[in-house]
Design a protein around this ligand. Structure first.
Ligand SMILES: [Zn+2]
Length: 335
């Protein structure tokens, strides 16, 4: 009896070799807010995190794209900030436009917003041309695409007329919210604090990978080729080996953005007409009249949210990182 049950179990396992495992998927990794998103206004810190992140990407043969805010070039040493962009291209990565200032469309209006996009290509476009590449991708800061619809339409028309393609976001693990407390811990030589934040970040990211895959099942009944939003941060530079292992464990293979965008899912209309910044799973759910799973889409842990708020308060009420900064506060929020 026992042996026949074992035999039956073995037959069941053999009969379903692939069904029990998640199927292989693809993912494009996109890093926003280049040259870097950091609360530490120090060129050596920016150079170091960029070098580490690019070394990790190359070590794992991962193609990536970085979205640039050219207003940041003058936050620190302009020549070295441009050197960071050049290092991305020398490492074989793409660059894209993330507007000059990282302002939202409601602050600038349609005309001001497209002027801000045009201003944001002054350095990046010729730099890419030197590397035989053409700047063609645009990522909306905060994932705000324009409101009301007439503003969005005007922005979309300008992007199309100027040869840009919009880079949507279909996976997002709120990395920016972990990155500032992580910088703070590094700046205060708090190794235990940094390790704790990194562990929480990785755990949250894996939860979010599962959630976005569940969302793709609701919308398309399959894995899509995801476009993941990350930022150019010290946290991602220090976590990349673990992130890469996580993608591998989840059978997600990094591919260039253009390849991910060939997935027909990206032809789904954007059904969102509001003014908030929302990802494309939410936009497609509205267009397709489907309900995304709500229960498992968690915000970052409470202690991370509190740490983020504290760092942000410190920075803007004259904390050490803030008062030394020649720059305006770094943009916060997704995208
Ligand atoms: Zn951004």
């Amino acid at each position: 009896m026992k042996s026949s049950r074992l035999l039956l179990a073995a037959l069941v396992v053999c009969a379903t070799p692939a069904a029990a495992r998640p199927s292989a998927g693809r993912i494009a990794l996109t890093f926003d807010d280049l040259p870097a998103l950091t609360i530490i206004p120090d060129q050596a810190y920016v150079n170091d995190l960029s070098r580490r992140l690019l070394a990790e990407l190359r070590r794992h043969h991962v193609p990536a794209i970085g979205f640039v805010n050219e207003s940041k070039l003058d936050d620190l040493d302009r020549a070295q900030q441009i050197g960071v962009l050049r290092a991305w291209l020398n490492a074989g990565m793409e660059l894209g436009n993330h507007t000059f200032s990282h302002d939202a469309p409601e602050e600038l209006g349609a005309r001001g917003y497209v002027e801000d996009i045009a201003r944001g290509e002054a350095v990046t476009r010729p730099l890419m041309a030197e590397h035989g590449k053409r700047e063609q991708w645009f990522r909306h800061p905060y994932l705000k695409t324009g409101y009301p619809v007439a503003v969005r339409d005007a922005i979309d028309a300008w992007l199309t007329a100027h040869g840009y393609r919009i880079a949507p976001v279909t996976m997002d693990a709120d990395d920016w919210e972990f990155a500032e407390p992580y910088d703070y811990a590094i700046a205060h030589h708090d190794a235990a604090g940094a390790a704790h934040i990194k562990a929480e970040y990785l755990s949250h990211t894996e939860d979010m990978i599962h959630w976005y895959r569940a969302a793709a099942q609701v919308l398309f009944h399959r894995d899509i080729a995801y476009v993941m939003l990350l930022h150019a941060t010290r946290l991602n530079a220090d976590s990349f080996g673990d992130l890469f292992a996580m993608l591998k464990r989840n059978r997600l293979k990094p591919v260039p953005l253009a390849e991910a965008m060939r997935d027909p899912a990206y032809r789904t209309p954007d059904g969102y007409m509001g003014k908030e910044g929302v990802d494309w799973m939410e936009r497609w759910a509205l267009a397709l009249h489907r309900h995304l799973p709500r229960e498992d889409k968690n915000d970052p842990p409470r202690d991370i949210q509190q740490a983020y708020d504290k760092v942000d308060d410190d920075r803007c009420s004259g904390g050490s990182e803030c008062s030394n900064s020649p720059a305006p506060p770094a943009p916060a929020g997704k995208g």
